[in-house]
Design a protein around this ligand. Structure first.
Ligand code: IPE
Ligand code: IPE
Ligand code: MG
Length: 249
């Protein structure tokens, strides 16, 4: 329970602080399916419905950026059939939802390693980004084949190349230089990282960008994510005292 005396008076619509950027680690699809005697694929399929729900909620509540962790660089360790199924879900999601997302003014960006993805999928990613590039509503970032450490290595290499070419002096490298070379360049850092399924770790998600994010872990598995879970997470976020190293004045 909260120790904040103001917490009891918070009402969902009026008093909630809305994070500019929410990052979501959508975890627990497998366990959701297992609990129902279903195969893991059914959990992933149900997870897509929860993706649709959170995109609608983010828009309704005025969130600017929503980053969804969909497939990690480490998820290649899973059986090939499961990996293939997750990839096919991304393809099907784009086929079924892109028109509607575009009409809703959602701008989509996909972050993560493109090398290593098959050409067809890379084409789909390009199409999604090109189609929605000029939209001005919700920024939807899909982290697919994404790992924060690889992202930081890639940024380091790009910066090193500029130094080697004489375009940049080592002394000129600052936090903004690094941020600019990450996949998330131009986006605000996440204010809230939300993870479902009760696991309390970041699993290589947005490590640089989350330096001052509030971390909220909820017990529900991802396919059970709905407005009540969302509002509860926002309430927890609202009750947090974000000091950024300073003190309350
Ligand atoms: C999250 O659910 C989806 C992905 C990682 C692709 P999981 O598949 O990790 O579900 P659990 O953690 O095994 O329950
Ligand atoms: C993190 O979930 C990756 C995604 C949600 C896409 P995992 O289920 O892969 O993470 P671990 O293995 O429990 O750390
Ligand atoms: Mg998991």
């Amino acid at each position: 329970m909260s120790t904040n005396p103001a917490a009891a008076s918070i009402e969902p619509e009026r008093d909630l602080k809305i994070p500019r950027h929410i990052g979501v680690i959508m975890d627990g699809n497998g366990r959701w399916a297992q609990q129902r005697g279903l195969g893991r694929s059914e959990g992933h399929r149900a997870g897509v419905e929860a993706v649709r729900r959170i995109v609608g909620l983010a828009r309704d509540y005025g969130v600017e950026c929503l980053t969804l962790f969909s497939f990690s660089a480490e998820n290649w360790r899973r059986p090939p059939d499961e990996v293939r199924f997750i990839f096919s879900l991304l393809r099907r999601f784009v086929a079924s939802d892109l028109d509607k997302l575009d009409q809703s003014n959602v701008r989509i960006r996909i972050i993560g390693e493109r090398d290593g993805l098959e050409r067809g999928l890379r084409g789909i990613i390009d199409e999604v980004e090109t189609r929605t590039r000029d939209n001005t509503g919700l920024d939807l970032i899909i982290a697919f084949n994404y790992g924060a450490k690889v992202e930081i290595v890639n940024a380091t290499r790009a910066i090193a190349r500029k130094v080697a070419a004489g375009e940049l002096a080592p002394e000129e490298i600052d936090e903004a230089t690094v941020a600019h070379h990450l996949d998330t360049s131009g986006l605000p850092d996440p204010d809230l990282i939300l993870r479902t399924s009760g696991e309390m770790r970041l699993s290589n998600f947005l490590l640089w960008q989350s330096a001052y994010a509030e971390l909220v872990f909820v017990p529900e598995n991802w396919p059970d994510f709905d407005e009540s879970v969302f509002v509860r997470a926002l309430r927890t976020y609202t009750e947090r005292d974000r000091r950024f190293g300073g003190i309350r004045t």
